[in-house]
Structure formats: structure tokens, C-alpha cells
Ligand binder design. Structure first.
Ligand code: NDP
Length: 415
């Protein structure tokens, strides 16, 4: 009898709950908890025909004692954390106190500092090891699938990886001049930070969104501008694959998004330090979040596709080799299935499958793990059936740069 506790009833929490409920052979009892229980009730109310037990609860995940008493009541084997990155450490602490496995999709970030890193979570390695528990970090899409893709191509297609480029495209249109597809506060903090990429063992820094290229995406998406960003999976991937000479992360942004972001930055609306307004302290970015559309509400109006993948160049049996592995998802298809757009869907589905692999012991180990440390094969063989099929192509040129602007990376490979 597998019992799970999901924390966070946002867009991603909706997808994880639906996906787990689609697999009653694995998940027999599901509890969805969040700060606002009405959001949990709305999600659970949409789930029909789940033969097991499904319930909701209210919890403040910043409070370890509250978490502990909820966990003791629910008695799950595994907790899936899809609240905000601010809660990672308190939720991990509560798992340690109660003897429960842990899985999340975003690395820890302090609310007062726009900086994310794995260090505080990796520092809990010994505690999880001694408790005989597994903590799985970053099991969404990026981080998550992109890490598993990297592990998979290294295992099956390369003897050595030299260059890794992770490319994240959201070609969806929600019809608003400015909205974010996941939590606005987290999204804007990530995008307005300096860019960083890894080059020959050194992290090179770039001004925010100052490095732009154009990439032609497959499956009818076509050419899009991509911008160099720092992204969290690079921290663990460069640690676990020290052979990689250069690693970069790229993301697409539309002109309207960039124009609004610049204006909001220029007037101070993206600041995360307190400002006194009419006698009250407010954080401008948190106030902005209140004004922006809730990402969970974008589902019905978002059309178009996402395409996230990795481009790797390296060597196999003495020959130069390149490979592009990716998933394309359709916003409306995701919405029809679980009531959420593709950005939430592509995050929640890997979390649900990761949870299944921990519960069945196919992913096991005592301590704190990034997903590339597990065997990618059981994940890659099932993820298509769970809703995120992948494609791989082996373009003949050896460089990612060769495929920018002018060439279609899927046109010349042996699929
Ligand atoms: P949302 O903002 O839509 O949802 C977050 C949920 O967490 C809300 O329901 C909120 O509850 C709840 N929450 C926040 N603070 C607390 C708290 N103190 N106690 C209990 N619940 C709390 O975010 P998303 O669903 O879009 O994202 C969820 C997570 O997924 C984030 O960590 C995000 O960074 C991550 N993510 C990862 C991606 C990946 O590919 N790896 C991609 C996209 C997102 P309430 O509404 O009641 O305040």
C-alpha cells in the first residue's frame, strides 16, 4: 500500500496529483496539501474514478512542526514537494524527522536573495544517508528530464561528452501582453539574474539576456530567438560529468515578454528588497505577482507547443558525434488531459514518474541525489507512456553552433 503526500497546489501540483491518480496500481493513497486548502479541493474535485483514497489538507510548509504533524497523520512513504523553492529545506527537515523519502523539482532558494544553489540540500547528504532515506532533487523537466536525457545519451551514445547545450523553447501563446508560465516570482528572479555558462572548468558571467542566438526548433515550431541563462541543472551536471568542456542553457522569450520585463525592471517592480508604502513594507516583486495572471489560470487560453531538449557533441569509438534529444508538448493537449498548460505538465509528469521509481525501488539509495545519478533507462523507457515522448536525432555536423539559424537539427540525422 503506497501512500504519498504532495505539497503545493499550484499548476505543477495539479499535474502531479492527476498523474499519480492515473496510476492507482502504484499510488493507492494520495494526500494533496498546500497553504490554501481550497486550491487542493478544486484540484481533487476534478479527479474522477480514482479507486484509492484521495484527500486534502492545509499546511504551512515554512513550519517544520506543522509539516511533521501532517506527515505523522498521513504516514506517506514519499513526499513530493511542488510548493516553492523557499520551502525545500523545511520540507526536507520534516522528512528526516518522520522517516519519509523526498522528491522535488526546484533547488533551494532563499526568499531574500535571488540566488539558487544545491549546496544547502547537498549538505543534508549525511543526514539522509544515516536515516536510510532517499532525497531526489530536481525531478521536473529542467532540471529533471534534461539531467536524465544527459545521463541517457552518455550511457548509450557517447564515450565522452565535450559540449552540452540545453535548449528550452516555449512557443505557446496565452494572449496576455505579459504573464509567466510558472510562479511569477520565481520566474522573474531567474530571468533577470546574470547569465552564466561553464567553460573549461570556469563559470563565465554575462549580463542578463545579453547573449542571443537563433535556433530552428522541430515539429513545426520553427526559428526562435534563444537567450543564454544560468539554470540550475548545470550545477549538478558539471559536477557529475567533469569531462564536459562547455555547458550552456538557452531559453526562448517573445519580444512582448522582454519589453515588459525591461520596463518593470526599470521602474523597480522586480526588486525583492522591502519598500515602505503608506506605512507598510511591501516587496515590489511580490506585489507584482498579485497583479499578474495566476499561471494555473493560463491553461484554457494557451495554444502552441513547448520543445525542450539537449544538444550534445562528443566522441563515440574514436569518432566525433552529435546528438539532439528532445520532447515536444502541446499546450492544449496537456490542458485537455489534466487541466494545466504544458509548462506545468512537463514539470509534473517527470515528478510523478520519479515518485513511482522511488516507490518501486528502481531508483534507490541512501542520501541526497540529483536525477542523473540514477539509471536513466527505466525512466526513459516509460516516460513516453506517461505523456512525454522523446525523439533523438544524430546530426552529422559536430557543433551546436553549426545548427544555429540556418539548419534544421532534425533534418539530417538518422532518427
Ligand atoms: P505555483 O505558484 O503555481 O504553486 C505553488 C504552490 O505552493 C501554491 O499552491 C502555494 O500555495 C504553495 N505554497 C507556497 N508557499 C507555501 C507554503 N509556505 N506552505 C504550503 N504551500 C505553499 O507554482 P508552480 O506550480 O508553477 O511551481 C511549483 C514548483 O515547481 C516551484 O518550486 C517551481 O520552481 C517548480 N518548477 C520546476 C520546473 C522544472 O522544470 N524543474 C518548471 C516549473 C516550475 P497557495 O496558493 O495556497 O499560496
Amino acid at each position: 500500500m503506497n501512500r504519498i503526500l504532495i505539497i503545493g497546489a499550484g499548476g505543477v501540483g495539479r499535474v502531479v496529483t492527476h498523474k499519480c491518480a492515473q496510476h492507482p496500481e502504484i499510488f493507492q493513497e494520495i494526500t494533496l496539501a498546500s497553504r490554501t486548502v481550497a486550491k487542493c479541493d478544486a484540484i481533487v474535485g476534478d479527479i474522477k474514478n480514482f479507486p484509492g483514497k484521495i484527500q486534502t489538507a492545509a499546511v504551512d510548509a515554512d513550519n517544520v512542526e506543522e509539516l511533521v504533524s501532517l506527515i505523522e497523520k498521513v504516514r506517506p512513504q514519499l513526499l513530493i514537494n511542488v510548493a516553492l523553492p523557499y520551502q525545500d529545506l523545511t520540507i526536507m527537515a520534516a522528512c528526516l524527522k518522520t522517516g519519509v523519502h523526498y522528491l522535488d523539482t526546484a533547488n533551494y532558494e532563499h526568499p531574500d536573495e535571488a540566488h539558487f544553489c544545491y549546496a544547502p540540500q547537498w549538505a543534508m547528504q549525511k543526514d539522509f544517508e544515516e536515516a536510510g532515506l532517499t532525497a531526489v532533487l530536481g525531478c521536473g523537466f529542467d532540471p529533471g528530464m534534461t539531467n536524465i536525457y544527459t545521463a541517457y545519451v552518455r550511457k548509450h551514445y557517447f564515450d565522452r561528452m565535450d559540449y552540452v547545450d540545453i535548449v528550452d523553447c516555449n512557443a505557446g501563446d496565452h494572449g496576455y501582453p505579459f504573464a509567466t508560465n510558472f510562479n511569477p516570482e520565481i520566474n522573474i528572479r531567474e530571468v533577470s539574474a546574470k547569465g552564466r555558462y561553464y567553460d573549461q572548468g570556469i563559470w563565465q558571467e554575462t549580463e542578463p539576456l545579453s547573449v542571443k542566438r537563433e535556433f530552428r526548433f522541430p515539429d513545426g515550431i520553427g526559428s526562435k530567438d534563444i537567450y543564454l541563462l544560468y539554470h540550475e541543472e548545470m550545477e549538478s551536471l558539471t559536477k557529475h560529468y567533469p569531462e564536459v568542456k562547455r555547458m550552456r542553457f538557452w531559453m526562448t522569450f517573445g519580444q512582448s515578454y522582454l519589453m515588459h520585463l525591461k520596463a518593470l525592471e526599470n521602474v523597480g517592480m522586480t526588486r525583492i528588497d522591502p519598500v515602505v508604502y503608506e506605512g507598510h513594507e511591501i516587496i515590489p516583486l511580490q506585489f507584482l505577482k498579485k497583479l499578474l495572471p495566476d499561471p494555473a489560470s493560463l491553461g484554457p487560453r494557451t495554444v502552441g507547443k513547448t520543445c525542450i531538449g539537449i544538444w550534445v557533441s562528443g566522441e563515440k569509438e574514436g569518432q566525433a558525434k552529435s546528438c539532439y534529444l528532445y520532447n515536444t508538448s502541446d499546450h492544449q493537449a496537456c490542458f485537455r488531459e489534466v487541466g494545466a498548460q504544458a509548462v506545468s505538465y512537463t514539470t509534473g509528469v517527470p515528478a510523478a514518474l520519479g515518485a513511482r521509481l522511488v516507490l518501486t525501488g528502481e531508483w534507490s539509495g541512501k542520501g541526497v541525489f540529483n536525477v542523473e545519478q540514477f539509471d536513466p533507462d527505466p525512466f526513459m523507457s516509460e516516460i513516453g507512456d506517461w505523456g512525454l515522448p522523446w525523439q533523438v536525432t544524430f546530426p552529422s555536423a559536430a557543433s551546436f553552433e553549426d545548427f544555429l539559424i540556418s539548419r534544421d537539427p532534425c533534418a539530417s540525422g538518422d532518427n
